[in-house]
Write a protein that binds this ligand. Sequence first.
Ligand code: AMP
Length: 217
Amino acid sequence: MNIVLLGAPGAGKGTQATVLSKTFGIVHVASGDLFRRALEEKTELGLKARSFMEKGELVPDEVTISMVLERIRKPDCRKGVLFDGFPRTLSQAQALDSRLAGERKIVDRAVYIEVPEDELVKRLSGRWICRKCQTPYHEVSSPPAVAGRCDACGGELYQRADDKEETVRERLKVFFSQTVPIVDYYDRQGKLVRVDGNLKIDEVSAGIIKALRVESV
Ligand code: AMP
């Protein structure tokens, strides 16, 4: 089963992806995490992506597509992939479809987690993430038990540089102009599942799991 998770920055894709990849036994591939790792390791890919990420803009398609297609060549992706943050443009969606078609596979479902814009800004500007296992926290709605430490693995929590309010607004603008058309793309193919993301984390998970089980192919 290949699932695409769609939603604005802050909609909870990363949080839900952790639950869903366990529930469905498929690997979680997050393009943003792949870029952040490349940045930390100062690879050529990281250097190419850096300026775009800092401004909250999309990294060019050719760079992004080759990075993700390379990642899903690995054996852990054979049973299926939960795509988080990819595709974000029509070209990326088409490139993914044609790669999967070459392996007689398809994107089975696209889940769109919907959250109002004001709520997204609130969520992103209070967000802290574990450097080790990527678990997200929020300083108001879901703080860690010990300040600055991850409850799950004890790792150090940090605030993403692109979670500053100005960059957050740019990322949301980019999402509504460039990524929303992807929602229509999957809708036209009858693959779209819309989920209310403005609920408690476990209610959102339950909504997605139910929708995927009921509508699973
Ligand atoms: P994310 O963690 O998904 O919010 O991604 C962080 C940043 O990485 C984005 O603001 C983009 O600069 C870049 N990025 C992640 N995924 C993509 C993608 N599919 N296409 C282009 N840029 C991306």
